[in-house]
Design a protein around this ligand. Structure first.
Ligand SMILES: O=C(O)c1cc(=O)[nH]c(=O)n1[C@@H]1O[C@H](COP(=O)(O)O)[C@@H](O)[C@H]1O
Length: 277
């Protein structure tokens, strides 16, 4: 699925991180003066479906983040399922990355796999590498779905462990090497590197070859788009899934929020294309 998006020059992952406090006033008002979790989840669903409809032809991927739905309990989880089904119906060619950052012992991961791939129908999921490949088998063995491994995260404190020297190189590089050399037997792995660390992104690209890299951190976190593209593209100018969440979904605060999200997705896509020559 990603190859077709890259063929079309599309590199932007539209991050669905719907924060109740930042939803357009019109949607919040419709949920009532003291909205229940049910009403909030309903507004979040309307918000996300409008964003999906407005960006379906431009998105390289959609990336709903579990936290923004689970905070509303059962209604939020139901809204997440409805968002996933809506993406499938409205944008069947756009891969869905379920950003849940899972990772536990193997038997527990089997439950996460069932939830993410079979119940929610996600095409890929983000996972932690900390418990090792043996624990991640339930994900890695699903050759029909993607496993996206955190390698060098975008947050300011990400280096606390990820930069520690391990066998003569930083841990994040050792993780990237393990994923590329040992975990990718089914050719279904990708890695995450933050746009806020372009030098590390270049180092990871050199290790993983043409493996897809999910690159969050442009927009609200301040990652530089030119440096991201120069460091993140593969030898053929592909391989990048550049995520922006707040920068796209809150591009407009009014009733025209979906049009604003589309305009920002288009603008970011053009910016990436302009540096990818
Ligand atoms: O796995 C991720 O997607 C992720 C990894 C990382 O290192 N940094 C990071 O910001 N993310 C996610 O990417 C999104 C970034 O959102 P914005 O900063 O609003 O664009 C959030 O959903 C984060 O949870």
């Amino acid at each position: 699925m990603l190859d077709a998006r890259w063929d079309a020059g599309l590199f932007v992952s539209v991050g669905l991180d719907p924060d109740w406090d930042r939803l357009p006033a019109s949607l919040r008002a419709a949920a009532g003066a003291e909205p229940s979790d049910d009403a909030k989840a309903g507004a979040v669903l309307r918000f996300c479906t409008a964003i999906v409809d407005a960006t379906a032809d431009l998105a390289c991927a959609f990336k709903p983040n579990a936290a923004f739905f689970e905070r509303f309990g059962a209604p939020g989880v139901a809204a997440l399922g409805a968002v996933m089904r809506h993406i499938r119906a409205a944008a069947p060619d756009v891969p869905v990355i379920y950003d849940a950052k899972r990772g536990d012992i193997g038997s527990t991961n089997a439950g996460y796999v069932e939830d993410a791939f079979d119940r929610l129908g996600a095409d890929a999921i983000t996972v932690h590498p900390y418990l090792g490949a043996e624990s991640l088998r339930p994900f890695l063995d699903r050759a029909d779905r993607g496993t996206i491994v955190l390698v060098r995260t975008s947050n300011p404190g990400g280096g606390e462990f990820q930069d520690l020297a391990v066998g003569g190189e930083p841990l994040y590089r050792a993780v990237a090497r393990r994923v590329a050399d040992h975990w990718n037997g089914n050719r279904n792995c990708a890695v995450v590197v933050g746009a806020t660390y372009p030098a590390e992104l270049a180092a990871v690209r050199a290790i993983v070859g043409d493996m897809p890299i999910l690159i969050p951190g442009v927009g609200a976190q301040g990652g530089d788009v030119r440096l991201t593209v120069e460091a993140g593209r593969d030898a053929r100018g592909r391989g990048m899934v550049v995520n922006a969440s707040r920068g796209i979904i809150y591009a407009g605060a009014g009733a025209d929020f979906a049009d604003a999200a589309r305009a920002e997705t288009l603008r970011l896509t053009g910016e990436i294309q302009s540096f990818n020559r």
